[in-house]
Design a protein around this ligand. Structure first.
Ligand code: TRP
Length: 373
């Protein structure tokens, strides 16, 4: 039977059924009990967690067991250099920053110029590296605490990464890699090796501390296949298995099945968009609206299929009462899509203004964050 949807670290197609995905990947759902347990430590829940957008995990209860015993965890996430950082990329970072603040956790942030070169996003390795430096500005702008955050670019920190990558790579057979990632004869050796590189920061904090440190990875669920492999080798190498807390993949502006893509700017909101460009894209977004104003006033619209509503839910209506009111007035027909879009655009404009100011300031702050060999 053909797969109705595909989620791998390099490909997401079709309409993702997250219940099925959790089963396929063998991860756990975040349930009320776990949310309550997190809330006991954080006081409040981040809306992304409360709304089920961070929805799945591996070993989160173990992370909290250890934390409660005084064994603090470190955070690890990453990003492949991308010529357009969009709002969807920032979702896990924003959540990771919240975790950092609430748990005073150290954060390790990997930038994978090697990966994006091997996976053909860049013709030249130097171009991947240049974009990596530019992306770091967006990462810093999210507000990570410089005292608690280490950022490193793979090719600039490889001396530190390589010994661990070597040890991981020895324990992953080609047949495992093929089964997990679907590699065939056409893949290059870098692509096949890469998962060893992404595994390394799961163990780096333990090397750095000189003792085993629990590591929690906040990221999109598409990255789980890498960490499934990492978890298989971790104990054989003498480390803890990394834990994960996973988000759904934020949709693009052109419908819930659409994706934000740097090669198609109209599909999403990007960190460096001008206000004008952003407003134009939001005004062209796909909504759950009716064909005419009269119909919409009478029958209401459908937020469940609407990209604009999704943007509110992910990042632009953090207050639950506010989001509920947006939903109610949408369904009742009191709210028309044009007004709803301009309200969203106002909120996005405010977000981008702050982000872009911080991004400029970040140019002088690289030293506070960057590790290199
Ligand atoms: N593979 C990720 C990407 O394509 C980059 C990455 C490296 C990452 N390490 C990570 C993502 C850890 C999440 C968590 O962008």
């Amino acid at each position: 039977m053909p797969e109705d949807f595909v989620v791998t670290p390099w490909e997401v197609t079709g309409e993702v059924d997250y219940d099925k995905l959790v089963e396929r990947f063998g991860t756990q759902r975040i349930d009320d009990a776990l949310r309550e347990r997190i809330r006991r430590h954080t006081g409040e829940l981040h809306p992304l967690l409360n709304r089920g957008l961070f929805f799945s995990h591996r070993d989160m209860n173990w992370i909290l067991d250890e934390f409660e015993k005084g064994n603090r965890f470190h955070l690890y996430t990453g990003r492949g250099p991308s010529s357009g950082i969009h709002i969807g990329h920032m979702v896990p970072w924003i959540f990771a920053k919240w975790l950092q603040d609430k748990f005073r956790a150290r954060m390790w942030f990997q930038i994978t110029d090697d990966e994006k070169y091997w996976f053909k996003d860049f013709e030249k390795l130097d171009d991947a590296k240049a974009i990596a430096y530019d992306n770091i500005l967006d990462i810093i702008a999210v507000g990570f605490d410089p005292k608690l955050t280490e950022v490193f670019i793979d090719t600039e920190y490889i001396r530190h990464l390589y010994p661990l990558a070597v040890q991981v790579a020895k324990r992953i057979t080609f047949s495992t890699a093929k089964a997990v990632f679907g590699f065939d004869e056409s893949f290059n050796l870098g692509q096949i090796f890469y998962t060893a590189v992404q595994s390394v920061p799961c163990f780096l904090p333990s090397i750095d501390a000189g003792r085993n440190v629990p590591v929690l990875i906040p990221c999109g669920i598409d990255q789980d296949p890498h960490f499934r492999v990492t978890r298989d080798v971790a104990e054989r190498l003498g480390y803890y298995k990394p834990a994960g807390i996973y988000s759904k993949l934020m949709p693009g502006l052109l419908g819930l099945q659409s994706k934000m893509s740097a090669s198609r700017p109209e599909t999403g909101i990007f960190a460096t968009d001008t206000e004008k460009a952003m407003r134009k894209k939001v005004s062209n977004a796909f909504t759950g609206g009716r064909a005419t104003v009269e119909e919409q006033r009478k029958l209401g619209a459908n937020p469940a299929v609407c990209s604009v509503f999704a943007y509110y839910a992910y990042l632009f209506a953090p207050d639950d009462a506010d989001l509920a009111e947006i939903e109610r007035t949408c369904r009742s027909g009191e709210r028309l899509c044009g007004d709803c879009k301009s309200e969203l655009a106002d909120r996005v404009a405010a977000f981008l203004k702050v982000h872009q100011e911080r991004r400029e300031k970040a140019r002088d702050r690289l030293d506070e964050f960057l590790l290199s060999d």
